[in-house]
Design a protein around this ligand. Sequence first.
Ligand code: PHE
Length: 442
Amino acid sequence: MASLPREQWSSRYGFVMAAVGSAVGLGNMWRFSYLTAENGGAAFVVLYLAITLVVGLPVLLAELTLGRGAQKSPIRALAHFGGNRWKPLGLVFVAAGFLILSYYSVIAGWTVRYALSGIVFGFDGDAAANFGEVATGWDAFGFHLAFMAGTIYIVAHGVSGGIERTAMILMPALFAIVIALAFYASTLEGAGGGYAYYLETDFTKLSELDVWKAAAGQAFFSLSLGMGAMLTFASYLDRNSNLPAESIVIAVADVGIAFIAGLVVFPMIYALNLSSDVGESTVGALFITLPKAFAEMGGVGRGVGGLFFVALVVGALTSAISLLEVVVSAAIDGLGWSRRFAAVVLGATIAVIGIPSAWNTNILGAVDEVANNIFLLGGGFALAIFVGWWMADPEGEVAQGTSGPFWLPIWRNLLRFAVPLFLGFVLYFAIPSTWRTVASLF
Ligand code: PHE
């Protein structure tokens, strides 16, 4: 079959915006805040930052290296550098794409609904009842479908014409909104309590294994690691791009937005005396507490809350695009499908897989746990082994197009030892506890 030349990003800036768009999403603004609340504030934040630097960043550079080097989608890229026996790992990545997007899109649907109804009608003071309505049943399903349709539309338009263009317009808008909201939150009376909770470290928390598990899962989820999303995006880069520099820019932007989102969420919650609500944090907590805060702020709350949810929608969309692209690129490369056909058929399949999550938030929470604790951490573990031990010359592959920074040998050694040891340790605890969560559904 004659194949078209591989698609490419039209500029370095476009690639960086698309990759940052993949990283920055619900993970930074919803998941990060709710996990921080659940795991005792600043200790969790410090741990998450450390894991991102020592474990996340090396895996990110590994993914970028595999993608750019092979110029192929995940399954073929692994076969390119490791032979056919590594193909099943690529299949696991594609399966993770299906699984994560199926519930990610449901949550994204809630944010679309909140953004629209908040701006048009104002936020509902009876936030818990309202959440029950928004987050389950036909309502949740309808917005999930609408969100998937938007994601499919953009991916169908291609790498530079769809994904890159969207990210180049939307990401700067998201940065501006989040920074403006953080300034606004700092002017609220009583914001100090929120900062104190968020920034004062209680190191005794570090003795709890659950905190480590949550921080590791969050580091991978937030950087879009362990399932080939970054690998796929890097496969559209030309060979002389500077991967170490890109990986640092992506990680800094991702962590920066998560941190600033915390500077929005915690002061607002404390200023309106809603902190006890967050204490019993679950998947839905932020979607109840924040709208309550916005409702209490009156007219201002409508604008502030509207902007907050618009930022969430934007972040979710640019991340969902990257999840769908993993699956679509695999079908284009492996099955010879056209981009448009692949986007529609696979996107529709994912929408169907999301139905149980749209009906029941406990199912959604369990799928989220499986995806993170098993697929992403397991995928990161396997990637580290692959690049650290199996691949012939990873340092040489990174250094194409650049001189290669002095820390490349450190990078290789982190992938060989620290990353697999750490992830192996976390998986050892995460697998049984995730199993219990899944079993409790039945
Ligand atoms: N990083 C995205 C977020 O923080 C989620 C994501 C995970 C996207 C894995 C792609 C792959 O919202």
